[in-house]
Design a protein around this ligand. Structure first.
Ligand SMILES: [Zn+2]
Ligand SMILES: [Zn+2]
Length: 332
């Protein structure tokens, strides 16, 4: 037996810059191939904080923000297979169109007509949300909902490691001590890096990365791979100068403004700078990471805040880097 669905839901809508409000919206209805998910947890991403303050992606407002979610399927559109009412799930926010040139060559994460929860459609900071069924995975019962909400950030971080190339036996520098830097450092260790160095500013956050070495000023020309995991041009310079010859810099975090690059130095050292955005179908690998006790990714979630106290949760995520890493909104 299933309980009847309500006709409305509470959701956090962005109305304008710095105007995130709790509002009552009609319950969305899943179309063919989509599922309606009753949200159980949704984690706050750094990009949500950027969207609220600067809207760098030009989100058409109003929009329900949030893209890291997990919950229970409560309604299936026609043609959905493998998921049914009551299935515990986690979702990925990216919705590739499936027919553009990039999708055709297997780069759905670079889709030319990409949909994305919390950007072009309503997201997960709501009691219910809709996602296309192929972007949803069954969540094993061993993974609690808040941890399940990390499906996409962990998949993104796996992409950073993939873009870094073979890190086995190499020296990897991660610049940025936030949730992404933390996850990337853990994954680099798991991938067999000889040393993983992390540069950051917040002692609490730097202390949350087991097995990584904290470096304030990475020596020039000392690392095989540098991963930019904070949106700072200064951090970009740190990454670039730390690279040894033939080193590779992975631009994981976004920098809105252009930065100077010394192409002569890059040329003579045969270095590479590569971008990294979203992930190439790494949901299943991400689930395996969430289940991996050695990675202990649940350590990332420092706070679980009931949805009604959302303002506290955003305050923690934005301002309390001294005690918070990943903040999860929870629903009951
Ligand atoms: Zn995110
Ligand atoms: Zn496409």
């Amino acid at each position: 037996m299933t309980t009847p669905l309500p006709s409305t839901m509470k959701a956090l809508q962005l109305l304008g810059l710095n105007q995130l409000v709790s509002t009552e919206l009609p319950l969305p209805v899943p179309k063919a191939g989509e599922v309606l998910i009753q949200t159980m947890a949704s984690t706050i991403c750094t990009s949500d904080l950027h969207d609220i303050q600067q809207n760098p992606f030009g989100i058409a407002l109003p929009k329900v923000l949030g893209h890291e979610g997990s919950g229970v399927v409560v309604q299936c559109g026609s043609g959905v297979t493998g998921l049914s009412v009551g299935t515990r799930v986690a979702s990925h926010p990216v919705v590739p169109c499936g027919y553009c040139a990039e999708c055709h060559r297997g780069f759905g994460h670079l889709c030319l007509n990409m949909g994305h929860l919390g950007i072009d459609r309503d997201g997960t900071f709501a009691e219910y949300y809709i996602q296309r069924a192929d972007r949803v995975r069954v969540l094993p019962k061993e993974i609690p909902f808040p941890l399940g909400a990390l499906l996409e950030p962990v998949a993104n971080c796996l992409q950073a490691i993939a873009r870094a190339g073979d890190v086995q036996g190499r020296v990897v520098l991660v610049v940025g001590d936030g949730p992404f830097g933390n996850i990337i450092a853990r994954l680099a260790i798991r991938a067999g890096a000889a040393r993983v160095l992390v540069a950051g500013r917040e002692p609490f956050r730097l202390g949350m990365i087991p097995g990584a070495e904290i470096v304030n000023n990475p020596p020039v020309g000392s690392v095989d791979v540098a991963i930019l995991a904070v949106s700072s041009s200064e951090a970009f310079s740190t990454c670039l100068s730390a690279l040894r010859k033939r080193g590779r810099l992975v631009v994981f975090s976004l920098l809105k403004d252009p930065v100077p690059v010394d192409l002569f130095a890059l040329h003579v050292a045969e270095q590479e700078i590569v971008g990294c955005c979203n992930d190439e179908e790494r949901m299943d690998e991400s689930l395996a990471c969430l289940l991996d006790p050695k990675l202990a990714l649940s350590q990332l979630i420092t706070h679980q805040i009931p949805f009604e106290n959302w303002a506290d949760a955003f305050h923690l995520a934005r301002n309390r880097h001294d005690i918070a890493l990943k903040v999860a909104l929870t629903f009951n």
